[in-house]
Write a protein that binds this ligand. Sequence first.
Ligand code: SAH
Length: 225
Amino acid sequence: MTLKSNTHEGIGMTSQRTRDRLISRLRDRGICNPQVLHALRVTPRHLFVDEALASRAYEDTALPIGHKQTISQPYVVACMTEAVLQGGTPKKVLEVGTGSGYQAAVLSGLVEQVYTVERIEALYQQARKRAMQLGLRNIRFKLSDGSWGWESYAPYDAVVVTAAPDEIPAALVDQLADNGRLVIPVGESSGAQELLLLRKTGTRVEQESLGSVSFVPLVQGNVYT
Ligand code: SAH
């Protein structure tokens, strides 16, 4: 008898049926972009968390990933991804806050090239390894303070920030292409944060609120090795 490895496909609490239940829930909560729903359906979230938490990977909740960080709640990932795709599919997307690499993996199925920056070396290494194992070749990783953006590949059609600063870092707006979009949670870590969508047209920047959220803080100024 041969044992087939099906970690990617998942069994039991990580099976396609369990994943489909999550997708129905996201649809019920108002996520309607079919491309986004498909990307979440095919991204194996259980491979982005510790094995001990794999059975909870398709619950609609944030989960710990070590180093006091979390993998975002699927609903929030879906909302942010919808906001990124609003008004046309971007080619180049910068993500600040790689964490587990899940949001980057979801984006990699939807856009041409993803650039992602993380400040904690262990998370950066692990996310890179995961992407390689899953054959996600259109993600570039960088260990750095992402509040500076990633100048060498700018401008970006969209920038997604998955950690909350008190104020929007100017570099992220500067590195947006014309008609580019920035999706970012802003506010104090202990208080209420607001998810903002900024649109840049020429020198004008319009801002819209997408609702209240809770993210880990964007830590500026150094890299943790
Ligand atoms: N997008 C992630 C969510 C991770 S939580 C996922 O899908 O799993 C936010 C991440 O932002 C954490 O890993 C944290 O270390 C990182 N972070 C915080 N401040 C940062 C900064 N200034 N630059 C880059 N990454 C940062």
